[in-house]
Design a binder for this molecule. Structure first.
Ligand code: CP
Length: 320
């Protein structure tokens, strides 16, 4: 029987199919509850510490809303106004906050910090993005969205007929690192097509794992050749904040733009996803196309995070 009670969520590598089913079934229940305006006190008496050392709109606010929709409360901590500015270590910050809360969510610019913080914490800690490392809750909401919205995914966790095209900054994009690794944990994973400028290719540390698990993988820089075969297009932003210089960023920014014109070459029953925020890699002229699923994807983040908080805190789901 799958369980997430008391678990730190640091990497998608911790998840198996049983756990994914549990998260997605619970998220569906949360979605039904919110959409029917049902109230819940499932997490009343619990406090979440939302600790953000990097900017965020969706992840921070959806965790905040998730906790409040389940009757819990939230402490928000931002790097700019925390004692880290006086030189306090992340471990000591976590040791402090865990005295005040029941679960912690941490975003940090350095890869590996979530694991370090989880090791220091006696309370469950959820990685909300660690630099260019991972963003496991984003991958969970991405997969939930894919299963909910792709017309051919009628079978739970079966993706082996699909070609998932990951586009953009695959080097720095923690969302695509986590999503590709998570799909490789499925017994029937999709085929992956990785499209990026040469300098923004997916790191070998990720592709080596994908290949070792037998995933079918293609890498190219030519979007126009790859797009017509895609069943899911997952677009990412070129991450200006990860480049050493403005010149290096300028050389690759705007490498690809998804707009209504290029999307005429794509399948009519495919879907387009994006973790957001976007800059200019998806033109707003495509937003009204029924294949554009990125705003639904964003909304699903709250339902998946409601599920994760309830499961990690061992809530009695029969009370929903
Ligand atoms: N997708 C995502 O992580 O968005 P935020 O940076 O706004 O949290």
């Amino acid at each position: 029987m799958a369980s997430l009670t008391g678990m730190d969520i640091v990497s998608v590598e911790q998840f198996d199919e049983g756990m994914l089913r549990l998260v997605f079934d619970t998220a569906s229940e949360m979605k039904r509850m919110v959409r029917t305006r049902k109230k819940s006190d499932l997490l009343r008496g619990h406090i979440l510490a939302n600790v953000f050392f990097e900017p965020s709109t969706r992840t921070m606010c959806s965790f905040d809303a998730a906790m409040k929709r389940l009757g819990g409360e939230v402490i928000s901590v931002f790097e700019s106004s925390s004692s880290s500015k006086k030189g306090e270590s992340i471990e000591d910050t976590i040791r402090c906050l865990e005295c005040y809360c029941d679960v912690l969510v941490l975003r940090h610019p350095e890869k590996g910090t979530a694991a370090k913080a989880a090791a220091a914490s006696k309370k469950p800690l959820i990685n909300a993005g660690d630099g260019v490392g991972e963003h496991p809750t984003q991958a969970l909401l991405d997969l939930f969205t894919l299963f909910s919205n792709h017309p051919s995914t009628t079978d739970d966790l079966v993706l082996d007929g699909l070609n998932l095209l990951l586009l953009g900054d695959l080097k720095h994009g923690r969302t695509v690192h986590s999503l590709s690794l998570l799909t490789s944990k499925l017994s029937r994973p999709p085929r992956l097509t990785l499209v990026s400028p040469e300098v923004l290719r997916m790191p070998a540390s990720v592709t080596d794992v994908l290949r070792s698990r037998g995933l079918k993988l293609e890498e190219t820089a030519k979007l126009e050749e790859a797009l017509p075969g895609a069943d899911v297009l997952y677009v990412t932003r070129v991450q200006r904040e990860r480049f050493a210089s403005a010149d290096e960023y300028d050389a690759v920014k705007g490498a690809y733009t998804i707009d209504a014109a290029i999307m005429r070459t794509a399948k009519s029953d495919m879907i387009v996803m994006h973790p957001l925020p976007r800059v200019d890699e998806i033109s707003t002229d495509f937003d009204a196309d029924p294949r554009a699923q990125y705003f639904d994807q964003m909304e699903n983040g709250m339902y998946v995070r409601m599920a994760l908080l309830a499961l990690v805190l061992g809530a009695d789901l029969s009370k929903l």
